[in-house]
Design a protein. Structure first.
Length: 101
């Protein structure tokens, strides 16, 4: 996956001539340094990417799908503040705040 200024690491590949003469792995794994670098990369920049975790896990049916590319809304009349959506959001895009009185 590539975006402006960011490239993904490429796993090493066995030369074509060796592929036909050996049983060695064709695609190798990443070395430890590269694997750690890739693991630290953020894939979402703190924005939701419509994985539907919050929608599927909300026991109160408070999450409303707005359509492709439109993300979600929260119906606060149904939300009981359980926080499952916050705990399971892989992007960290949901934040709990105390209710204003």
């Amino acid at each position: 996956m590539e975006s402006e200024g960011v490239t993904s690491s490429v796993a090493p590949r066995l030369a074509i001539a060796r592929r036909v003469s050996t049983f060695d792995e064709v695609v190798g794994g990443l070395d430890e340094e590269t694997a750690l670098f890739e693991a630290r990369r953020c894939q979402s920049c703190g924005n939701g990417f419509e994985c539907d975790n919050c929608y599927g896990l909300c026991p109160d049916n408070a999450i409303i799908k707005l359509g492709p590319g439109q993300r979600f809304a929260i119906n606060y009349d149904y939300c009981k503040g359980g926080g499952i959506c916050v705990a399971d959001c892989p992007a960290g895009a949901i934040e709990m705040q105390p209710e204003q009185t």
